[in-house]
Ligand binder design. Structure first.
Ligand SMILES: [Cu+2]
Length: 279
């Protein structure tokens, strides 16, 4: 039994060691649902693709069955001249295939009047430079809240066998709910494969922190992200002393003196005006 198993085990080991490691981080076949709530139910939908790679986008009509709300969708961008894509209750699915050649943002929008059209103006395709291929890598991310309301993001980069990869930059990006993107920095991983960056406090907001390893040195691209909602703690409203129900006596006295002074000046001005009138 064991003798029969041994060649199989050796083969399995060999396959595991020499299996092709050229892996693309994501597929360029994209499905987007379209409804009055937006693209994939979002008013600021965004997807990332690599320049120079052919992409196929399938739009899917996702309205309530009773509702006839056709859409005509256009993808706009520099160097692009694409036909529009029409979807309706009768023709719920339509695809478009093209190859973006330049990096930058392409816009996706519905160009006919429809229900929820304000939600269908802000779609975006982010075209980034092609990712480096190489041995498969894994990136994980953890967010640790700190006492002052900010967070610490820790990303760990490992190879396919779980060994840490040190001395390479990890790019951290912050995405806010309104769709803005902020480059936070690119700390270098230490021996245990980790890189750490501070995330500014954003009370009451949901933040998406992305970490990206661009690849290089034989290693392939990897990315990961995590979401965090900023704590409400740091926006606690502290009423000023005078607007509190029981103002301190000293402050009340100061207020009395100031108001008394104002009335005294007003009184003396009035008195002088009467004096002038009389004389
Ligand atoms: Cu529409």
């Amino acid at each position: 039994m064991l003798q029969k198993l041994t060649p199989a085990l050796i083969l399995a080991f060999l396959v595991a060691t020499i299996s092709p490691h050229s892996v693309n981080a994501y597929s360029h076949t994209i499905t987007i649902s379209v409804s009055e709530e937006g693209f994939n139910q979002s008013g600021n939908y965004m997807v990332e693709v690599e320049a120079g790679h052919q992409i196929t986008i399938t739009f899917h009509y996702d309205e309530h069955p009773d509702q006839d709300n056709p859409h005509e969708i256009r993808i706009l961008g520099r160097g692009l001249d694409l036909p529009t894509v029409t979807i309706s209750r009768e023709h719920p699915t339509a695809s478009i295939t093209f190859t973006p050649t330049e990096t930058g943002i392409l816009r996706i929008l519905c160009i006919i009047p429809c229900i929820g059209m304000d939600q269908l103006l802000g779609g975006a395709i982010k075209v980034v430079k092609p990712h480096t291929s190489g041995a498969q890598t894994f990136l994980s991310i953890e967010l640790e809240p700190r006492d002052d309301g900010s967070n610490l993001a820790r990303a760990v980069l490992q190879n396919a066998r779980g060994k840490p990869i040190g001395d390479v930059p990890i790019h951290f990006t912050l995405t806010t709910a309104v769709g803005g993107e902020l480059e936070l920095g690119a700390p270098i991983t230490i021996d245990n494969g980790s890189a750490v960056i501070a995330i500014p406090a954003a009370p009451g907001k949901v933040l998406k922190v992305s970490a990206q390893f661009e690849g290089g040195g034989g290693f392939g691209f990897a990315e990961t992200s995590a979401e965090i909602s900023g704590s409400e703690e740091s926006v606690k409203y502290v009423p000023s002393a005078l607007s509190s129900p029981t103002p301190p006596l000293s402050l009340a006295l100061i207020l009395l003196v100031v108001l008394g002074g104002v009335w005294a000046i007003f009184g003396s001005v009035l008195y002088q005006v009467f004096q002038i009138k009389r004389s």
